[in-house]
Design a protein. Structure first.
Length: 214
């Protein structure tokens, strides 16, 4: 098959996929579909064939965003725990779309996840999603991550608070300014080891440049 024919096959496959997706969303009971999507995410995450898992989870991320419910929000959190940075980016974008439209629902599911002291990549991604949306409760919600037992999660929350730039974060950050726990940050594939205390102090200097931290 020549190049043009192969391209036409891809175009046709995309048209069929789009049509099937439209039919699925239009004809399915929303609650039932949310349940099925959640189950499919769990199945895909457990596949030994990681290429197939990633293929399915890319599509499922988009479908979950179009069928919002507690089940599909939690399913997106599950994708956000995946090792693949590409999948986490896709899940982040889906959660951002949902958060702009249904922030209250997403925030409640995040609080439920914090309450269980869940560990995983999602806990280091969610503070930045909250900061990006920037709703009034962002400061309060991100601050809850500061009490998480995982130091990498705390570090992510500190960085998210710095990007949020709310002066109200100062007391919580001050409380961590002497925290000696070591964390590793990644910037353009470069590893940097620092402490929670140093991160908190840096965040304070960004939020209140004139603050004397000595």
């Amino acid at each position: 098959m020549d190049t043009q024919s192969l391209l036409e096959s891809i175009y046709e496959a995309d048209r069929r996929a789009d049509a099937a997706e439209t039919q699925l969303l239009d004809q399915s009971d929303t609650k039932q579909l949310a349940s099925v999507l959640s189950e499919e995410v769990s199945k895909a995450c457990q596949l030994a064939d990681r290429d197939e898992a990633e293929r399915r989870l890319r599509r499922l991320s988009d479908l979950c965003a179009q069928c919002p419910s507690n089940a599909t929000i939690d399913a997106l959190f599950q994708i956000l725990d995946e090792e693949s940075s590409n999948l986490r980016t896709i899940a982040c974008e889906a959660l951002l779309d949902l958060s702009y439209e249904r922030y209250g629902e997403v925030a409640r599911r995040i609080e439920a996840r914090i309450a269980t002291n869940h560990k995983g990549h999602s806990m280091q991604e969610l503070p930045f999603i909250i900061a990006e949306v920037g709703e009034a409760s962002a400061l309060s919600l991100i601050s809850q991550f500061l009490k998480h037992p995982d130091s990498e999660t705390v570090a992510a929350a500190i960085e998210a608070l710095a990007s949020l730039g709310e002066p109200g974060a100062e007391p919580a950050l001050q409380a961590l300014a002497q925290d000696p726990r070591a964390v590793t940050l990644y910037d353009d594939d470069e590893e940097l080891t620092t402490t929670i205390g140093d991160l908190a102090s840096e965040a304070l200097s960004l939020i209140s440049p004139d603050e004397d931290l000595s």
